[in-house]
Design a protein around this ligand. Sequence first.
Ligand code: SF4
Ligand code: SF4
Length: 189
Amino acid sequence: MQKIFFATPINLTPTCFKGNDRVTSYARRTCGDCTLCCKVMAIEALAKPANAWCPHCGPGRGCAIYPARPDECKSFACLWLVNDLLDERWKPSRAKLVLTTSEDGIEIRCDPGFPDAWRREPYTGDIRAWAVEGETNDMTVVVIAGRRIILVTADREFDLGSVGPDDRIVRELEGTRVVGATVVKARDS
Ligand code: SF4
Ligand code: SF4
């Protein structure tokens, strides 16, 4: 059986924020010196591409237009900020990884300066464990390093190469197990 889903990791409505003074009620965390989402995420309202610093960001310091930042920045929070199951090692500025969710599952964006950050421990072990869990819950785990997407499954990695914003990722399933994954380019569909 084939399952088709849209490549939301790159197709995401770009969202980003910088909330150094933001405190979540659930985890009581603050961004502190982290500004990584202002680099890795695209921001539609500012026409800021992914993987480039926002011109308003002072890396490690915060947003120069914080009161007037776009709504998409205001509404964004990475998973570390809101989920205290992710410990301090997962703080994006330390891990060099920004975690978000999509309707398909978990997305792990690498700081472009550290495209292999996700291969270090404890990150790669946790990512693999989520992939194992995801196999029974129909949840995908994707690593995004620049435009390159890697679909991580319970027992494999599918390096899908460069995936464009309108491309689709097609998974081939045997039961719940992913046995293949390919990219259908927008121009071919
Ligand atoms: S506008 Fe501010 S919060 Fe939004 S990406 Fe730029 S620096 Fe970050
Ligand atoms: S990546 Fe997360 S912790 Fe870092 S600035 Fe953005 S929301 Fe805050």
